[in-house]
Design a protein around this ligand. Sequence first.
Ligand SMILES: [Zn+2]
Length: 287
Amino acid sequence: MHVHPKASYREVLEDANAKGYAVGQFNLNGLEYLQAIVEVAEEERSPVILGVSVSSMKYIGLHYLTALADAAKLRARVPVILHLDHGPNFEVVQQAIRGGFDSVMYDGSEHELDRNIAETRRVVDAAHAAGVDVEGELGQIAGTEDEVSVDEREAMLARVDDAIRFAEETGIDALAPALGTAHGMYRTAPEIDFGRLENIFEKTKKPIVLHGGSGVPDDDIRRAISLGVAKINVNTEAQMEFNRIVREKLDNDPKLYDSRKYLGPAREAVKEIVRKKIRLFGSHNRY
Ligand SMILES: [Zn+2]
């Protein structure tokens, strides 16, 4: 077994593609989440990616985030990657790069292709100059609350030809193409376009990132990994479990005032979700 605790986002995803597993991105929504994610990663000897949304960056504060992640990395014997999720523009991405993030996602999916390529290229140049890796988004990944017709769905998915251009012209390290998954909790299982996924991976050779991993059936996850998915983002499932426990503890004991008595059990519940995903993704016993 090799120990590469300093492996980069790119190295971690390339290893995943080479060996046929995927690395989980779990969101750092607060201290309990960080502890849960890193503890399980250590126990399972799995690399892990800490996803930070822009709203969490604002809520927690950039200086706390990087200090917390550094504290975790210092002791970890597995790769722990601090990653900006859905950076909306160059300025926010630049803040994360300067703040010490290991990798950033730039989400230029609101723009048409040429503009998305140009903006993503600009981010890649700045990020790579600082030793930071970049994930780009192509097509539009919906929210589960969005009402999307069949035609709209087709228009939102990433096109294979666009993906080839996007990968070549931007120099990104990983690609998040819209493949039919959505953010949030599904009412019915999502329909992943596996043919499109296979085609995009074969023609770009970039590690593929699957957003909206909460609630995707296990068999679909395994199939997606076998076709090139190297990173899977999971957030909603962990949050729902965290909230379920907090609600249960407070409802059962109206006099409870010690926050640790409900946050601690909620942290344990997040650990079990993360463990389940790590084993499903096959990233355990890798380091
Ligand atoms: Zn996402």
